[in-house]
Write a protein that binds this ligand. Sequence first.
Ligand code: ADP
Length: 468
Amino acid sequence: MTPWPKALGLRARLTLWYGGVVLAVLLLFGTLSYGVLRWTLLSDVDSTLLVVAQVVRDTGYPRAPSPADPEARLRALLGPDFFDRFLRLLDPEGETEPGLPPIGSRPLPLSEEARGNARRGLPTFETVQAELGEPVRLLTMPVMRSGRLVNLVQVGIPLRRTREALDRYLRTLLALIPLGLGLATAGGALVARRALSPVGGMSRTARRITAEDLAERIPVRGAGDELDHLAETLNAMLVRLEAAFVHVRRFAADAAHELRTPLTALRGELEVGLRADRSPDAYRRVLQSVLESVERLVRLAEDLLVLSRASAGALARSGPVDVEALALGALDAGAGLAQGRGVTVRLGAAEPAAVWGDAMALERALLNLVDNAVRYTPAGGKVEISARATDGAVEIAVQDSGPGIAPADAERVFEPFVRLEAARATETEGTGLGLAIARSIVAAHGGTLTVESTPGAGSRFTIRLPRS
Ligand code: ADP
C-alpha cells in the first residue's frame, strides 16, 4: 500500500475513507439493483412469450376445423403487427409449411439448439438479432400430438422497450451515484471535523506544557469517549512526569547541599591551616582532617554514581545468584563491621535458593542493610541475617535490635539524603543514600525492599526477589 502523503491530515483521510466506502456501497447496490431489474423485465417478457405460445398451440391453429377461423381469431387477439412480425408456425423440420396461411412474413431465426430441444419436446428461450439488428426475445415451442412433434411455434417480442427502460434506469443511476457520493462525502467531512475538533485544543494545550510548567492539564470534555480517555491518559502521564521532575529537582538540590557541607568544611580547614606558620605536626593534623573530608566526598560521589546507575534500572551483569552465599558474605562483612562495637552479628535460617540478577549489585544492597543495622544498633545489641525461599520468591531479611524507626519515617528513610535525627546525632559517617541505593537495586531486579519496625525494639528490612 502506498503511504498517505504526509500533508494529508487525519480529517482528510477519514473523509476519503468514508467517501471510498460510500462509493463502493453505491456501486454494489447500483449493480445489484440493475441486475435484478434486468432479470425481472426479461422474466416478464418470457412469461408473456409462454402465454402467447400456449394460446397459439391450444387454439389448435392451423389445423382447427372450420368454421371458427383460428387465424382471424389470433390476429384479432395479438394485433396485426405482432401477428405478422413475431409469430411463425413451422413444420418439424423448421420449414414454413406449404399450404398453411403465410403468417410471419419476415422470417425469425431458428437455431440448432432450439430445433434440438423441440425434438425432445422442450421449449427454448433465446435473445436473437432480428431484422435491422433489433434484439428480440424468442421462444420456440414444440407442438406435440400423441408424443410426436407436429409443429414448431415461434413467438418473439422485441426487446427495444425493455432495453430503453434499462437504459433509463442506468442513466438515472449514473446521475444519482455522484450526487449521493458528493453529499455523503460532504457529510463525512463535517462529521470528521466535528469529531476531531477537540484534538486541536488538546494539541494546543500540550504544546504549552514544558518542563518548567508541568502543572497544566489537558481539558477533559466529560463526553466519556475515546478522546476523553486519551486526555485522561495524557494527564495521568503529566502527573507522573511532574512528580519525576520534582523528584529530580529535589535530588539535585539535596546532592548540591550534601556536597557543599564537606566542601565548606574542607575550605575552613585549609584556611585555618594557611593562616599562620605551623609545626609539622599541626600540618599533619590539618592534612589528616582534609583527607577525611575528601574521603567523605569520594564516598558521596561514589554513592551518587551507584544510585544513578541503579535508578536507570540497567543491570551490569546478569546470572544466577546463590542467595545462601549472599547471606554468608553479608555475615562476614557484618562481623567485620561489628568488631569493637559490641554488636553480635549472626546467621539465622539460610535456605539454598537462587535468583537471577547482578550478584555484585545485590551484594551491595544487602551490605547497605547490614551496615545500617550494625551502625545504628547500640552495644550489646544483635543483628541477624536470614534467607528463606517462599512460593516463587526469595526473602533476605536483616533484623536488628536497634532504636527502630517511627511509622511516619518508615517510607521516608528510602528517599535519598534522608537521615533521621537520631542517626545524625550518633553516626556522622552516613550519606543518606544507602537505603535509596538498596531499594533501586532491588527494584531493578523486579523485587521489593520494605521495613517493619517497632520504635525502641529494632527494625527488620526485607528484600523480596522473584526466584529464578
Ligand atoms: P545513612 O547513610 O544515613 O545510613 P541510609 O539511607 O542507609 O543512610 O539510611 C537512612 C536513614 O534511615 C538513616 O540515616 C537512619 O536514620 C535510618 N535507618 C537506616 N537503617 C536503620 C536501622 N537499622 N535502624 C534504625 N534506623 C535506620
